[in-house]
Design a protein around this ligand. Sequence first.
Ligand code: ADP
Length: 389
Amino acid sequence: MEIQPSRQSDDTDLRRAYVHLAEAQRLSQTGSFTWDFDRGELLWSEELCRIFELDPATTITTDLVGKFVHPADFPAFVATLEGAAAGGDVDLPYRIVTASGALKHLHAVGHRIEHTAERPVIIGAVQDVTARKVAEEALNKARAELTHVARLATLSALTASIAHEVNQPLTSLVTNASTCLRMLAADPPNLDLAQITAQRTIRDANRASEVIQRLRAMFVRKEPAAEAVDLNEAAAEVLALSSSELQSARVDVHADFARALPSVRGDRIQLQQVILNLVLNARDAMLTVDDRPRNLWITTASGEPGQIRLSVRDAGSGIAPENFDRLFDAFYTTKSQGMGIGLSISQSIIQGHEGRLWAARNEDGPGATFSFSIPSDVAGPTEEVSKEL
Ligand code: ADP
């Protein structure tokens, strides 16, 4: 009689522990299992059966489990089983396709229980990480799309300047072609001048088509390339593309490009996007400046050994100390029309090139300087050039 209440409370505690465990497994979407090799016994928790969409009464065998494993993950699954049988730990991310056709991402962990030294028994847990995986994939996709959208947004701001860029050579082309016709129609025809104007026509047509080509390259969305990039050339192109944009904001551009600069290895379009972003930010920072020249300096140099540095310096409003730490945060902007993602995207691009992007307040005048530094192309003539510089 005295034992009875105690046994009852043991049962209650056990039942409560079981309910807690089952609930915790359901909430964390984690099933558990024990696997007794010698007895060929595989015991699964209810949650693990639910994850696999199996009736809890099913007799589980490794063969049965193997039938659900995604074919691409099957070799790793078999290798893990073999490793576990030999006493190794289990740590396996893998996918299954359930009877209803659902694709699930699972992560199994397990280890041998020491107190059954005479018999190999593994205890483990399997978590359904599908939701996290799907969210990660969606996040990566959204990131890629955001970069693309940001590029388009920057470019759409440049549409006016581009129209101007294309229009100029086209107007000149028409003028030169008409002059050429007039020279040919003259009596006697002025062949020398006709030839010169025809050559000018070709030059203008080439210039217009180069603008279009550069534009197309910037619009096309592609995986980051790893090609040798001449930063001087890349920066000069960005300046050419944004020249009328800078002119209309009355910005004086001063370029100081290091001679025989070693190339860097990376994605030309992405690096141009960073430069463009720094140049347009510098322009924006000077829009309210009326009491001094709106000077923009763009410089390239071999910085620390094996590094190439590009800086964009302006004489603009500068950066308030309290805002310094937030500059590279996504969606931080002080502009009414700003999106605040330019610098954060630029930073990920530079980090993707194993480099660094930073801002500094100008010591010797108003404004700010944004610089990035990335490793030079190892195949490039780094030593030779640094001597020359
Ligand atoms: P957005 O240009 O859309 O605002 P960015 O990420 O390019 O987004 O820049 C974020 C903020 O950093 C800007 O709004 C501005 O306040 C500040 N900033 C960027 N470049 C400069 C600069 N050259 N001088 C002063 N402030 C700058």
